[in-house]
Design a protein around this ligand. Structure first.
Ligand code: THU
Length: 135
């Protein structure tokens, strides 16, 4: 289990990742950073496409990086817009985060960290599939 989250560091990493965003269509760069349970950090930025609907959120890149780097459980997460201000993950990304962090994942907000359970109550997740298998 990782040591206590350094939220300032996490925010800095998200802000740094945001500067690499490829967002020429929305002009809305996003950066995300997370602490993994083995102590490493993963980051992501949004990557848009001329075929608009194919754009990838910053969280998608972050999750890919998590898995490509060996996997693990997300402990703490922060996401920022171009001002470096906290941004709440979109609905699809809440579900992506839930898969790899569960309800206990802490998400940075301007009022302090809140749990993913608060952002995605009564979520559907891997447990539901296993429960159906068993019956
Ligand atoms: N975006 C993210 O990267 N993450 C979110 O959680 C919300 C939205 C991106 C998608 C798109 O490239 C831009 O922000 C504007 O919606």
């Amino acid at each position: 289990m990782a040591a206590e989250t350094d939220w300032a560091q996490l925010l800095e990493l998200a802000r740094d990742a945001m500067t690499y965003a490829y967002a020429p269509y929305s002009n809305y760069p996003v950066g995300a950073a997370a602490l993994v349970d083995d102590g490493r950090f993963v980051v992501g930025c949004n990557v848009e496409n001329a075929s608009y609907g194919l754009g990838l959120c910053a969280e998608c890149g972050l999750i890919s990086s998590l898995i490509a780097g060996g996997g693990g459980r997300l402990i703490a997460f922060a996401c920022v817009d171009r001002r470096g201000t906290h941004l709440m993950p979109c609905g699809r990304c809440r579900q992506l985060l839930f898969e790899h962090g569960g309800p206990a994942l802490l998400v940075a907000t301007e009022d302090g960290p809140i749990s993913l359970a608060e952002l995605l109550p009564r979520a559907f997740g891997p447990e539901d599939l296993h429960a159906a298998d068993a019956s």
